[in-house]
Design a protein around this ligand. Sequence first.
Ligand SMILES: [Zn+2]
Ligand SMILES: [Zn+2]
Length: 175
Amino acid sequence: MFLSVKEMEVRKVRFEETFQPGEIDFSSDAVTQSGPLRAEGVAELLANTDGEIRIKGRLSVTLEAECDRCLGRAQFHLDTGFDLFYRPSETLVVEPEVAIDEGEAEIGFYAGLGMELEDILREQVVLLLPLQRVCSADCKGICPVCGRNRNETSCNCRVEPANDRWNALREISRG
Ligand SMILES: [Zn+2]
Ligand SMILES: [Zn+2]
């Protein structure tokens, strides 16, 4: 959905959209959307500014990624509000060496006649994703000895990294 500044000059633009998996491209972020992404809110042109836009709303989506520890499926449910401000790119002082990719709207400013809601939502979702992508906080991960998923099977491999570390320290202190 295109959020047109021209339209915002006349009235606030309300949106209430549902994007099915695949409609917004998350492939470069190693996540897939596992249900519809719902977004609703208002885009408005702020009075007494140089064309500054405020986009306020709420989004919810469920995403799936590979668990950092066990490589299984990790699910994330995001349901959050956002309140964003964008200035027209013409007001930016552009350093000569900074190339601006016109196909990609950077957060913080917009080019031309408005913004694609999809781009804004994609940025927000990527920002909201946790850095640690785990299937659960107590995921036991993969056994470094036999390679089994410890959440599914308990193996009898002896892994005592803590002891190894103490032994190594003892070796060092002995000189
Ligand atoms: Zn896991
Ligand atoms: Zn094992």
